[in-house]
Design a binder for this molecule. Structure first.
Ligand SMILES: NC(=O)C1=CN([C@@H]2O[C@H](COP(=O)(O)OP(=O)(O)OC[C@H]3O[C@@H](n4cnc5c(N)ncnc54)[C@H](O)[C@@H]3O)[C@@H](O)[C@H]2O)[C@@H](O)CC1
Ligand SMILES: Nc1ncnc2c1ncn2[C@@H]1O[C@H](COP(=O)(O)OP(=O)(O)O)[C@@H](O)[C@H]1O
Ligand SMILES: [K+]
Length: 461
C-alpha cells in the first residue's frame, strides 16, 4: 500500500528545510517527469499546448515547455500573468528560448493543464470556466499537472474541472484525487519523485492507497484438512432470499468450508449451500442484513449477542439496536445511504447523502474516532476501509459494479474470510480487492455484469 496525504505543501517545505533542496529542484523534477512520459509515449511531430496559470502550477508548465521545446511543436497559453517568483522565473526562461506563446486555444495532439494545482482557493470566474470547458471539448490526449484544475483540496469541483487522461501528482498522493467526484476527472494517477526517495519525502501517514499485492487470497496450505478446517459461515436470510443466496455463493467460492443460510421456512436455494432454522453449533462467522427487511428486535438481539465475527450489511443499518454491538468482531459494509443512517443512529452526524459524498474522508474519520475497533467499509466509486483511525482506499472498482447484487457478493466474500479465521480488517481489505479486481477481469462491456459473472471472475483471481 502507498501513503496518501491531505496536503503535501508541508512535506515540500520539510524537504527544502531539512535536506537543503530548493523549490527549483523540486519543480525541475516535477516537469521532468511529465517530459519523460511525453517523450516515451509520443512521436516528435506532435503539437503540445501547455495551459499555464499564475502560480507554481503554471511554473511547472513553463518549465515543461522549456524541456519539450525543439523536441515537439510546443505552444504556451497563459491564462493569467505569472505571479509567483518561480512562475516569473520560468516565464523569463521560456521567453528567452523563443517558445511560441499563443492567444487562442486549439485542439493540439496533447494538452497539459497547469492552470491550478493545490493553490486553487476560490470560485472560478466565467473566463476560466469557459476555458476549461473548451479544453474538455477537444479530442486531445489530456494531461493534468498535480491535480486537474478545478478540483479543490477536498476533491470537489467548485464550478467545472479539467477532465484528464492522466494526472501527474507531485511528491505524494493526495486525498483530493480519491474523492468519488474526482474519479471521472483524474484518469490514471502517476506519482512523481521530487528529488528524494518517497520514503524520505513522505512522513508517517494514516491514509493508504491499496495495491494488488495487498490482497491475500485464501490459499490452503495443508493437505491434511477437511471442510470444517475452513469454517462455517451462517448467513441470516431475510425477506429477500436472493441477497443471501448471492452472498452464500460468493462465500463458498471464496473458500469457506461450509455455508448455511439460516431461514424460517424451506427455500429453493443452490444445492451445495445448506439451510437451517437455527445457527449451526460449529458456526465460525455470521453475515446479517442483506435482504433482511423486517425482523423482530428480540430475534435480532439473540443473533447480535452471539460472540462470532460478523458482517453487518444493508437493512441492518436502519436498526437502532446495532449501536450496542459495534466492537472489534464487526465489519460494517454500508453504501452512502446506509452510512448516513448509521451516522445518525450513533449520534455522530445527521447529514444528507450529498454532504457525505462531498466529505467521505471526514465522516469516515469521525466514525473511526468513536468506534476505532470496528472495521468500516464505505462503498462507493472509491471504497474507503477504516479501522483504528487509519483509512485504506480501494480505487480499483468501476461502474461495471453498479448493479443490484454486487454488494451481496462483497459481503459474502468478507464473511467467507471471517469464517476462515482472517482478522476483520485483513478480511475486509482482501475481500474488497478481490471484489474490484475480479470485476476488472470482466471484459465483455461495462454494463452487463451480473453477480454470477462476478463470482466466476473471483474464482479466477
Ligand atoms: N512548492 C513547491 O516546491 C512545488 C510546487 N509545485 C507545483 O506548485 C503547485 C502549487 O503552486 P501554488 O501554491 O503557487 O498554487 P497554484 O499554482 O495552484 O495556484 C495559485 C494561484 O492561483 C490563484 N488562484 C487560486 N484560485 C483561483 C481561482 N479560482 N481563480 C483565479 N485565480 C486563482 C491564486 O491566487 C494563486 O496566485 C502545485 O500544485 C505543483 O503543481 C511543484 O512544482 C512541485 C514543487
Ligand atoms: N461506479 C462504481 N465504481 C466502483 N465501484 C462501484 C461503483 N458502483 C458500485 N460499486 C460497488 O458495487 C457494490 C454495490 O453494493 P450495493 O450498493 O450495496 O448493492 P447491492 O446491495 O444491490 O448488492 C459496492 O461494493 C460498490 O462499492
Ligand atoms: K493542474
Amino acid at each position: 500500500m502507498k501513503k496518501v496525504f491531505d496536503e503535501v505543501a508541508s512535506l515540500e517545505k520539510r524537504v527544502v528545510k531539512d535536506f537543503f533542496l530548493s523549490e527549483e529542484i523540486l519543480m525541475e523534477h516535477a516537469s521532468n517527469s511529465i517530459f519523460n512520459y511525453i517523450l516515451k509515449k509520443f512521436r516528435k511531430n506532435k503539437t503540445i499546448l501547455i495551459v499555464c496559470g499564475c502560480g507554481n502550477n503554471g511554473a511547472d508548465g513553463l518549465a515543461l515547455a522549456r524541456l519539450l521545446h525543439k523536441n515537439f511543436n510546443v505552444k504556451i497559453y497563459i491564462v493569467k500573468e505569472p505571479k509567483s517568483a518561480m512562475a516569473k522565473l520560468q516565464y523569463k526562461r521560456a521567453k528567452s528560448l523563443n517558445i511560441e506563446f499563443v492567444h487562442n486555444l486549439f485542439e493540439a495532439d496533447i494538452i497539459v493543464d497547469c492552470i491550478f494545482g493545490t493553490g486553487l482557493n476560490k470560485k472560478l470566474d466565467e473566463n476560466i470556466i469557459n476555458l476549461i470547458a473548451s479544453l474538455n471539448s477537444f479530442n486531445s490526449f489530456k494531461i493534468a499537472c498535480d491535480i486537474p484544475s478545478g478540483i479543490d483540496i477536498y476533491g470537489q469541483i467548485i464550478n467545472i474541472a479539467y477532465k484528464s487522461d492522466i494526472t501527474f501528482t507531485m511528491g505524494a498522493y493526495k486525498t483530493s484525487l480519491f474523492s468519488d467526484t474526482a474519479k471521472d476527472y483524474v484518469g490514471d494517477i502517476k506519482l512523481v519523485n521530487l528529488g528524494v526517495h518517497k520514503d524520505i519525502f513522505q512522513i508517517d501517514a494514516d491514509i493508504f492507497l491499496l495495491e494488488k499485492k495487498d490482497m491475500v487470497l485464501p490459499f490452503r496450505n495443508n493437505k491434511n484438512s477437511h471442510k470444517g478446517t475452513f469454517g462455517h459461515l451462517n448467513i441470516i436470510a431475510g425477506e429477500k432470499i436472493g441477497a443471501s443466496i448471492i452472498s452464500s455463493k460468493a462465500a463458498f467460492s471464496f473458500g469457506a468450508g461450509l455455508v448455511t443460510i439460516v431461514c424460517s421456512k424451506e427455500q429453493n436455494i443452490t444445492e451445495y449451500i445448506m439451510q437451517s432454522r437455527n445457527i449451526a453449533q460449529n458456526c465460525t462467522a455470521i453475515a446479517i442484513g442483506m435482504g433482511l427487511g423486517e425482523i423482530y428486535d428480540k430475534n435480532l438481539e439473540e443473533i447480535l449477542e452471539l460472540n462470532f465475527p460478523k458482517v453487518f450489511d444493508a437493512d441492518i443499518f436502519y436498526k437502532p439496536l446495532i449501536v450496542n454491538y459495534l466492537d472489534e468482531n464487526i465489519v460494517l459494509t454500508p453504501h452512502p445511504k446506509e452510512f448516513i443512517s448509521l451516522l445518525k443512529l450513533t449520534n455522530i452526524a445527521d447529514i444528507s447523502i450529498e454532504e457525505l459524498q462531498n466529505n467521505r474522508f471526514l465522516y469516515v474519520k469521525k466514525f473511526c474516532k468513536k468506534y476505532p475497533k470496528t472495521t468500516l467499509l464505505l462503498k462507493g466509486a472509491n471504497v474507503l476501509i477504516a479501522k483504528d483511525n487509519k483509512i485504506y482506499i480501494n480505487s480499483y472498482g468501476t461502474q461495471v459494479l453498479s448493479k443490484g447484487g454486487s454488494g451481496d457478493v462483497l459481503s459474502g466474500l468478507i464473511a467467507s474470510l471471517l469464517a476462515q479465521g482472517y482478522e476483520p480488517l485483513n478480511a475486509t481489505i482482501s475481500a474488497s480487492l478481490a471484489h474490484t479486481l475480479a470485476s476488472k477481469k470482466y471484459k465483455k462491456n461495462n454494463y452487463s455484469l451480473n453477480p454470477n459473472d462476478l463470482i466466476k471472475k473471483v474464482k479466477k483471481l
